[in-house]
Design a protein around this ligand. Structure first.
Ligand SMILES: Cc1cc2nc3c(=O)[nH]c(=O)nc-3n(C[C@H](O)[C@H](O)[C@H](O)COP(=O)(O)O)c2cc1C
Length: 182
């Protein structure tokens, strides 16, 4: 049976480089992996009161969607050396109600991007910290830091450099290996 993969992108920009990298990653997945980019920009900021009263429909839809997935790809830019709020919010929403986290035990990979040379290291590792708590096994190697991202994409959002494609494929291969162990 095909493995279902949620793809979460930590940028809401239509022209997001990170989203373009995520699409390149999706294109490298094997045929028995079905990936879907999941909307996170529509989730209101998490408030525990929502889970004590009327839960927003967007929360329920999101939680059900993640629960039905086998694995998760996180592709994120770095904001102020950390994870963009929209992605952290999605993690928080999916982690509740207490004891019913949609993330539990789902294998994952983190791909950080940056227009600069430091490659989103801060975002990558802050996200890794949260995923440890959320009990998500995460690809350890290769570490997926994509720096100078703008220069890697052509006008159609495609990575054309053979070395970079090979690197993205090695990330995908490690992710596929991890997912197939679960
Ligand atoms: C609020 C904000 C904070 C940022 N902080 C960082 C940062 O800490 N490190 C970094 O490499 N780039 C930082 N950037 C630049 C992003 O790498 C750049 O805007 C990138 O294009 C965002 O990814 P996207 O193209 O997927 O939207 C920041 C951008 C914004 C808007």
């Amino acid at each position: 049976m095909a493995k279902k993969v949620a793809v979460l992108v930590g940028s809401l920009r239509k022209a997001s480089y990170t989203k373009q990298i995520a699409q390149n990653i999706i294109n490298l997945l094997p045929d028995d992996f079905e990936a879907e980019i999941i909307e996170i920009g529509n989730l209101p900021f998490y408030n525990e009161e929502y889970d004590e009263g009327t839960t927003p429909e967007s929360y329920t839809t999101f939680r059900n969607k993640i629960s039905g997935m086998d694995a998760v790809i996180f592709a994120t830019p770095e904001y102020n050396r950390s994870v963009p709020a929209v992605l952290k919010n999605a993690l928080d929403v999916g982690s509740r109600p207490y004891g019913k986290s949609a993330w539990n035990n789902k294998p994952a990979v983190i791909i950080s991007t940056s227009i600069g040379a430091i490659s989103g290291f801060g975002a990558n590792h802050h996200l890794r910290q949260s995923l440890t708590f959320l009990n998500m096994p995460v690809v350890q190697q290769p570490e997926a830091y994509i720096g100078n991202v703008a220069s890697l994409l052509n006008e159609d959002g495609i990575v054309t450099d053979e070395g970079t494609i090979g690197f993205l494929q090695s990330i995908v291969d490690a992710f596929v290996n991890l997912v197939n162990k679960y």
